[in-house]
Design a protein around this ligand. Structure first.
Ligand code: TXA
Ligand code: MG
Length: 333
């Protein structure tokens, strides 16, 4: 199959209405979209990206007024948050109505709903008049694409069209929020931060890791390894550690390591978390293409958007590095 990058929203919408998958731009990352109400079309999403069938999809709708079509028992905090952050990079896990096929939710009784902000995605939704299921448009386990050319590298020959909507401005996936048990729990960190959410709901917001046996929140898609480059990525705990390490490498070879064989991700070139998150995945992709032996990066401060950045870095990494004054200590996950 020949894959084309296109500018026509009409063509993209037609392809979706014919029951096929199309790559679509969103403000977070590019998605691989299909008609969420058409089981055969949704099956094609799983097949195209070789996604395991236990991993549920996000359903994209044009407006929060449509939540009630696909979900029930909607917690008032959902609307509080949606009024603030939708359209935008936030996804709500809600009790599903039967109109949503089981294949979309991997058999769960909840559905993930999101109102995207990107103009072209909204346009396609208006044309198709059907909700669009879309995971990130990468092969399973790989780095999410943030530009049409990156989707082409992932899915060439597998789909007909990639709708070009420029570079995704957010750069990392939406924040996924659950309301199970009356608690607000972040299942996946994203651009909308825990701090942002706490301010709006005015109460404690939990993180996935804090969900206990008696208050079990599930998200089958939360795998330890994800977003991974092919070159092994090692993480230092702080930028400071990475700097020390690089200085040592400059001076001499450590433990058989040559500086030229190591790709260093230097986040200090970015002015703040937003710029970093926008560029994180494309930087990972670019450095991966240079075929280094290893890639080194350092975690950022674990607050606000830093949580999402660290989450993606951890999932993309194979382990950690430390410099103990004499040698580099590698620890695999
Ligand atoms: O920004 C985004 O969210 C992008 C764009 C394309 O919208 N989409 C995206 O989709 O990142 P995907 O499939 O790569 O990630 C969806 C996440 C997974 O972690 C999945 O487990 C979780 O959402 N999820 C989906 N439905 C769920 C449900 N019913 N309960 C719990 N988690 C769910
Ligand atoms: Mg993904």
């Amino acid at each position: 199959m020949e894959t084309r990058i296109i500018n026509s929203v009409e063509l993209a919408a037609e392809e979706i209405l014919s029951g096929n998958v199309v790559a679509l731009p969103t403000e977070t990352v590019y998605g691989l979209g299909a008609d969420a109400l058409n089981e055969d079309a949704v099956l094609k999403i799983y097949e195209t990206k070789k996604r395991p069938d236990f991993n549920p999809l996000i359903v994209h709708v044009p407006d929060i007024s449509e939540f009630e079509k696909y979900a029930e028992n909607i917690h008032p905090d959902v609307y509080k948050l949606a009024d603030f952050f939708s359209p935008g990079p936030i996804t709500f896990i809600l009790k599903k109505k039967s109109i949503i096929p089981d294949i979309v939710t991997a058999g769960l009784d909840t559905v993930a709903l999101r109102v995207p902000y990107h103009e072209l995605f909204k346009f396609v939704l208006r044309l198709t008049k059907t909700p669009i299921a879309a995971p990130s448009a990468n092969m399973f386990g790989r780095i999410s694409p943030t530009a049409a050319a990156e989707v082409m590298k992932e899915l060439r020959g597998k789909i007909k069209y990639i709708l070009d909507g420029g570079k995704s401005t957010v750069g990392i996936e939406s924040t996924v929020v659950s309301f199970e048990g009356g608690r607000v729990t972040i299942l996946r960190h994203g651009f909308i931060t825990k701090e942002d959410i706490e301010k709006v709901v005015g109460r404690k917001v939990y993180e996935y890791e804090e969900s206990s046996e008696d208050n079990k929140v599930t998200s089958p898609g939360l795998l330890k390894s994800h977003y991974a480059p092919l070159t092994p990525l090692y993480l230092a705990e702080h930028t400071f550690d990475l700097k020390r390490l690089i200085d040592e490498l400059d001076d001499e070879k450590i433990e058989g390591l040559e500086k030229d064989s190591i790709g260093i991700m230097d986040f200090s070139v970015y002015d703040g978390f937003r710029e970093l998150s926008k560029n994180l995945f494309s930087d990972l992709r670019n450095i991966d293409e240079r075929h280094y032996k290893m890639i080194f990066a350092a975690k950022v401060k674990n607050v606000k958007l830093g949580r999402a950045i660290n989450d993606r870095l951890e999932k993309a990494s194979v382990g950690t590095i430390k410099y103990n004054g004499k040698k580099i200590v590698f620890k695999d996950k």
